[in-house]
Design a protein around this ligand. Structure first.
Ligand SMILES: *Cc1c(COP(=O)(O)O)cnc(C)c1O
Length: 427
């Protein structure tokens, strides 16, 4: 029995399913989750001392690699001045000013403690601002686990094949309208059918919770037009893409303006942080300035803020990082493509910036249905072959892989070699 297997058996007695977030349990790919002990740069080390090249990077936050020294040092220094006050600090202003300086269309920002909280609050604000109840989300997009979003919600929900979610009332789900990703006509139809009732359209501008799914030309532009015409608040969920696709996130990278934006993951440098922001006209409706309720005991926590502030400052001041991430991910794409093209199975590699995913499909993978129709049993075999040989991929075909700057070209060569030597036999 490995140490991870022992720990998993022990964990299951006191933690439901042995994990604190479902995707970690390896249920989709099968087998026992690997318990981690430490990580540095591009590598994670498990409880048995095995080393892995990391392609999830804590699901995005570790964009500069693990235990990035300036962030670690800043946390250590800050902790000596107390870990929380429950009163405002200058650092929170500096963080807000930094975000405003980096993100397009963000005049004001409110800090929270997770991406879930950010999306939940942004939706409430959109409803409060418009006085409307319904909203549109896309099949396979994940916006955290708030009740309203748990309808056709990608990764976690897709991985476990949960069709209806016990605990979410029909009343709540009734206000959640869904359309397939990249299907503008379906959105137009919903907008016509529910004229004057739709508060918001929320979307992952590049989706990462059904694998990496790229918006087709004109799709986001079309949504923007519908929102403008119908007085609908356009919410970009940039929890994954924010500060990853560019310093100004997907808005900057794709040249599309959102009305509200949500952040998480990279924004906290590995600490539990989320944020939502937008134009002053909308943001001023949040309490205590306005009457839309929103609060948090540990929101703007100094340790979380200094970690995020240090991370974002590094990204802002070194924008060549984005070119580096792009080059490394393109290099990985080339390597994977070269190996897979000689294997005896159809495949699709989707890549956008430093997000990439592999689907075993003979058709384009551009929405949830096509991602789900792929041969995901094959992906699961590939996952285990790579894991056994020291490459840690996301444990589900419905997740994007994340590249960090710590990953070297040599690491990528090694990954591709492992795929060629050990992974290909499974295909
Ligand atoms: C991870 C994620 C969330 C939820 O963030 P948490 O910090 O896990 O609550 C929301 N939206 C998107 C797009 C995400 O990837």
């Amino acid at each position: 029995m490995t140490k991870s297997e022992e720990l998993f058996e022990r964990a299951k007695k006191s933690i439901p399913g042995g994990v604190n977030s479902p995707v970690r349990a390896f249920k989709s790919v099968g087998g026992t989750p690997i318990f981690m002990e430490r990580a540095k740069g591009a590598y994670m080390y498990d409880a048995d001392g095995m080393k892995y090249i990391d392609y999830i990077n804590s699901w995005g936050p570790m964009i500069l690699g693990h235990a990035y020294e300036p962030v670690v040092k800043a946390i250590q220094d800050k902790a000596l001045q107390s870990t929380s006050f429950g009163a405002p600090t200058e650092l929170e202003i500096e963080m807000a000013e930094l975000i405003v300086s980096m993100a397009p269309n963000v005049d004001m920002v409110r800090m929270v403690s997770s991406g879930t909280e950010a999306c939940m609050s942004a939706l409430r604000l959109a409803r409060g601002y418009t006085g409307r109840n319904k909203f549109i989300k896309f099949e396979g997009c994940y916006h955290g686990h708030a009740d309203a979003f748990l309808v056709k919600a990608g990764s976690g929900v897709a991985t476990f094949n949960i069709q209806t979610v016990p605990g979410v009332t029909a009343g709540v789900s009734m206000d959640t309208l869904t359309a397939p990703y990249n299907d503008l006509a379906a959105v137009q139809q919903l907008a016509d059918e529910h004229k004057g009732e739709i508060a918001a359209i929320i979307i992952e501008p590049v989706a990462g919770n059904m694998g990496c799914i790229i918006p087709e030309p004109g799709f986001l532009e079309g949504l923007r037009t519908i929102c403008d015409k119908e007085g609908i608040v356009f919410i970009f969920d940039e929890v994954m893409t924010g500060f990853r696709l560019a310093a100004g996130g997907a808005q900057e990278r794709l040249g599309i303006n959102a009305d509200l934006v949500t952040y998480g993951k990279v924004i906290g440098g590995g600490m539990p942080v989320g944020a939502f922001g937008g134009k002053k006209e909308i943001m001023q409706h949040i309490a205590p300035l306005g009457n839309v309720s929103q609060a948090g005991t540990l929101s703007g926590n100094p340790i979380a803020m200094i970690a995020g502030y240090t991370m974002l400052t590094t990204l802002k001041e070194n924008q060549s990082i984005y070119k580096e991430l792009e080059d490394k991910t393109a290099y990985l794409y080339k390597g994977l493509d070269a190996v897979l093209s000689v294997a005896n199975t159809p495949y699709v590699i989707n890549r956008f910036g430093s997000m990439i995913s592999v689907h075993f499909s003979d058709k384009p993978v551009n929405n949830f249905a096509s991602a789900a129709a792929a041969n995901n049993t094959l992906f699961n075999k590939l996952f285990h072959a790579m894991l056994d040989n020291g490459v840690y991929l996301p444990p589900s075909a419905f997740e994007t892989w994340f590249i960090s700057t710590a990953l070297s070209m040599k690491d990528i060569d090694e990954t591709v070699d492992i795929l060629r030597e050990f992974g290909i036999g499974n295909l």
